[in-house]
Design a binder for this molecule. Structure first.
Ligand SMILES: [Mg+2]
Length: 280
């Protein structure tokens, strides 16, 4: 297995790019339900409206077309709604403005912004984000399981295809999670947050010599589909709440079709339609 692009060489004619969180690893629900949402309720003292606020948090970040958006974008959306519905959120527009204008949305970028702008909401957003990280790190290993059937599906695909993890998560977290349940045995390269955007990662892999028609991005969120589209490769969705069925179909039908040249086109369009309907 290669860790970095420079060391990686194309071995097979087909390439599967697979996202990690919420696609191969069943880590998204637990992170949002137990960490992101509750930390927001705590930071902004929203316990009076806890149940409906957490429900909306989960819809925004897990069960609608904004699934998988950047944490600060999700926060700005949620706080705007809370400000309109429940109680005044001080400086709510300042956060919205930073989220729209900043070309990097991360803790270090927010820390830099705070040196110029001491708005309370920016300080609270940073504090929230740091507490979220602590709370995610405190999740036990048995709460970070792969979805059922992922290992078998990847093992099958690996006979015919090179396999790359393409994730926007932190590299160490991806390496640890994929090692824990031995999924990494079926992976040829790990491309994470430190390499660049998902589209950039796919395009760098294409430079290794794959025919675009032989490359498939597998993901669970609209951002994964966008990365596939920007790179002109096919997309296969793992449907939220139907992950097990999606991986079984990947193993039993999709790999065969990819190799036969019959995935792209009508079949892919059906899968894309199901993906949209499932996030409505
Ligand atoms: Mg994902």
């Amino acid at each position: 297995m290669s860790t970095y692009l420079d060391d990686f060489k194309k071995m097979k004619d087909y390439l599967i790019c697979v996202d990690s969180d919420g696609c191969a690893m069943d880590t998204m629900d637990i992170k949002h339900i137990q960490c992101f949402g509750p930390c927001m309720v705590e930071e902004w003292e929203l316990s009076e409206w806890k149940a409906p606020i957490l429900e909306r948090w989960n819809v925004i970040n897990l069960y609608s077309m904004t699934r998988g958006i950047n944490r600060f974008k999700g926060l700005a959306m949620a706080l705007q709604e809370i400000n309109d519905t429940y109680c005044k959120i001080e400086d709510v527009d300042v956060l919205a403005k930073w989220v729209e204008g900043s070309d990097e949305l991360s803790n270090p970028a927010l820390e830099r912004e705070i040196t110029n702008n001491e708005s309370i909401i920016l300080k609270k957003a940073l504090s929230w984000s740091q507490k979220v990280n602590v709370s995610i790190n405190a999740l036990s290993d048995d709460e970070k399981l792969p979805f059922e059937g992922v290992k078998e599906a990847l093992a099958y695909a690996h006979q015919f295809c090179d396999i790359a993890i393409v994730s926007s998560a932190n590299r160490q977290a991806v390496e640890d999670e994929w090692a824990l349940y031995h999924l990494v045995e079926h992976v040829d390269i790990i491309l994470a947050q430190d390499v660049g955007s998902k589209a950039f990662c796919i395009q760098e892999l294409l430079k290794k010599g794959y025919d675009k028609a032989n490359v498939l991005m597998v993901g669970d969120a609209p951002g994964d589909m966008d990365a596939a589209d920007k790179s002109d490769v096919s997309y296969y969705p793992i449907l939220v709440k139907y992950e097990k069925e999606s991986w079984a179909e990947f193993e039993n039908i999709v790999i065969g079709r990819l190799i036969a040249g019959s995935y792209t086109g009508e079949y892919e369009q059906v899968k894309r339609n199901q993906f949209f309907e499932n996030l409505q």
